[in-house]
Design a protein around this ligand. Structure first.
Ligand code: PRX
Length: 646
């Protein structure tokens, strides 16, 4: 290729595919790996990787450092409780920090952070290591031990990352609760994890307003007795209640001699718990998904390297919140393992103006941007003039995650943001999978709206209820056919629920919970969730959680929640409420109930609409038939209602 050939991707002759230009293919990390393995095409590399998944994953693991190597890559003897890199000693922090501070990377920029108020903070690898070591020393001297679960409830500030890393360093597990969640959500998660220590902040900034995290934390702590100590990070400087004997300022602790910059990273077993992350399931309370050090470290690293093609000189921006799996895997852990420079932004994408994001891409020279369809749709509605005011030529790759991206948003992202030169990595995965599962790499031809094909070493299928494969373009259940290193290991305190939720519907494989179809090119198109999980702006919420927040209001006798399509959010929550006898369903009460859900669960769970009803459609065994409510709301045929209570 001559040097002045522009980097480009072009549409296939029939207009359905976007084919990466040869410069992109030639320079991709995955092409180097393909050549190293002696393959001529990505397709051949993929075929080899699924015939030899253990060899593929061991190759990736060999790029990292281990205190002690594994005896076995995969142990399937107690399926579905799989173990990876069995017998190995490691700690994800060794690869994320310790390994780098021994080399020239100690002075490389690891994190650039911009606050919503335009404050800027930057940290080298050495700088992060220092902060993490100090926090880890403090935690240790406060009695946090290997295996303890520390709950973290912080805004999108560097300390969120540092506290997570500090827990991992001393072998404790973190349970991060998203800063947009509220009282009941936080209390439930603290209680399930039985955390003794909570780390929160005096608040965070969002759209110019202060989110009162400490007040919410106070209410949550009043509902659950397990927390003995609460460390408070100062972010806003606003005055907060500090309960003596329980609450301590982080900056006071870090000023004490116990906050040593020398803190050894604790070697742990490959299978030791790294973190718990709660996610919504079909029924009841959120599930505490358990992830471990070894396999997760390998899986997140390999996917970032090959999918987002991370190179030494990149500036990587994953615009998610660290409090969700996307942030855990691709803000906190894998970019550090890869030795990358990351950017993190605290606030809202359109604050104070709709070009906030684009101005930051230009100012920091972001080369790879990874976000969600809801954010793209949200920014798209302000028009092209806002991004066009900025030089976005530093971008070379784009990404999306969280829900299917509508082709219109894909094309806008591709054309207006990516300048028709950046391939879009549509990554399909879940809290449970830990890392990307179905995704292109930069060498794969793209179609707007599909995450294309499974990642290397991963085999997926779309099947009927009996496990038989569906034909091309036939709807079915998405399944993953073999274990992968970053998979969840269990559900905290509930191994039975782990088995029932994922491994029983179709025996022998992992059932995802999504319906999907595969087209004639083998590309997977996600249709939606099959269970009572609603994706609101890409965030995963359970109908059960919204309903339980509603019935905790004194005027509500019963409630049902469903998701209905919404132009910006993908789905919005609609609720149906039976009031207690004698209470009248007024517009004021509707507002009060919406505010109540937002108070208990968080603003993202606030219902779009509440309808007061006198009955709810139920099965004879008393289960609410949400699909009937949904069909009615959409004016569709309600389908088979033979089990409906008469
Ligand atoms: O329904 C799929 C959807 O998000 C679900 C997982 O949600 P969560 O655990 O919150 O993780 C989201 C971030 C990894 C999936 O079951 N989903 C995720 N990514 C995509 C997607 N749907 C379509 N396309 C995607 N790229």
């Amino acid at each position: 290729m001559p040097e002045d050939t522009p980097i480009t991707i072009s549409q296939s002759s029939d207009g359905t595919m976007y084919v990466p230009g040869s410069e992109i293919v030639e320079n991709a990390n995955v092409t180097a790996y393909m050549k190293q393995k002696g393959f001529q095409s990505y397709h051949d590399l993929y075929e080899w990787s699924v015939r030899n998944p253990q060899e593929f994953w061991a190759d990736q693991a060999n790029e990292l450092e281990w205190y002690q190597r594994w005896e076995k890559v995969l142990d399937e003897s107690n399926a579905p409780f799989y173990k990876w890199f069995v017998g190995a000693k490691t700690n994800i922090i060794h690869n994320a920090l310790d390994r780098h501070v021994k080399t020239w990377r100690r002075n490389k920029l690891a994190l650039i952070w911009e606050g919503e108020d335009a404050t800027r903070r930057t940290f080298s690898y050495q700088g992060i290591n220092r902060e993490v070591s100090k926090i880890a020393s403090v935690l240790k001297s406060m009695g946090v031990k290997r295996g303890d679960i520390v709950t973290i409830y912080l805004p999108r500030i560097p300390e969120l990352m540092f506290c997570m890393l500090a827990c991992a360093k001393i072998g404790a597990a973190h349970s991060v609760v998203y800063g947009g969640f509220s009282v009941e959500a936080l209390a439930d998660r603290i209680e399930d994890a039985q955390s003794k220590l909570l780390i929160t902040a005096d608040g965070g900034f969002m759209r110019g307003k202060v989110v009162e995290l400490k007040n919410i934390a106070d209410e949550a702590m009043a509902r659950t007795p397990s927390i003995q100590t609460c460390i408070v990070v100062r972010r806003t400087g606003h005055e907060v209640n500090m309960e003596s004997g329980r609450d301590l300022w982080m900056h006071d602790l870090l000023a004490l001699p116990i906050a040593s910059e020398k803190c050894e990273t604790v070697p742990v077993d490959s299978e030791e718990t790294l973190f718990i992350l709660y996610t919504s399931g079909t029924t009841g309370r959120p599930k505490g998904v358990v992830h471990t050090h070894g396999g997760y470290m390998v899986g997140t690293y390999a996917t970032l390297k090959y999918v987002f093609d991370i190179k030494e000189e990149d500036r990587w921006w994953c615009a998610a919140d660290p409090g969700w799996i996307t942030g855990h895997s691709y803000i906190v852990y894998s970019p550090l393992i890869a030795g990358a420079t990351s950017f993190m932004y605290e606030g809202a994408p359109n604050y104070p103006y709709p070009d906030r994001w684009w101005s930051m891409v230009a100012r920091y020279g972001i080369s790879i941007l990874y976000t969600a369809p809801t954010a793209i749709r949200g920014l798209m509605r302000f028009g092209e003039a806002w991004p066009n005011r900025h030089d976005l030529s530093s971008l070379r790759l784009l990404g999306t995650v969280g829900e299917p991206i509508n082709p219109e948003a894909w094309r806008w992202y591709y054309r207006v943001i990516g300048g028709e030169r950046c391939p879009i990595m549509d990554t399909w995965w879940q809290t449970e999978t830990g890392h990307f599962m179905i995704t292109p790499t930069p060498v794969v031809p793209l179609k707007p709206g599909t995450a294309t094909r499974p990642f290397l070493g991963v085999e997926t299928d779309v099947v009927h209820e009996d496990g038989a494969s569906c034909g091309a373009n036939e709807d079915g259940l998405l399944v993953i056919k073999r274990p992968w290193p970053g998979m969840l290991r269990t559900i905290l305190n509930d191994p039975e629920r782990y088995k029932n939720s994922y491994f029983e519907r179709v025996p022998g494989v992992y059932t995802v919970g999504d319906s999907a179809r595969k087209d004639e090119d083998g590309y997977t198109w996600i249709i939606g969730r099959l269970d009572d999980v609603i994706k609101v702006s890409g965030y995963r919420l359970g109908t059960a959680e919204v309903e339980s927040a509603l019935v905790s209001h004194h005027d509500v006798a019963e409630a049902a929640a469903i998701g209905l399509p919404h132009e910006l959010k993908g789905n919005a929550i609609h609720s149906f409420v039976i009031l207690r006898a004698g209470v009248e369903g007024t517009p004021q009460l509707e507002e009060e109930l919406k505010a109540h859900v937002a108070h208990e669960m968080g603003p993202i769970a606030r219902p779009e609409k509440i309808t007061f009803v006198s009955t709810l459609p139920k099965t004879r065994s008393g289960k609410i038939m949400r699909r009937v409510l949904k069909a009615q709301a959409l004016g569709q045929d309600v389908g088979d209602i033979s089990t409906l209570e008469s």
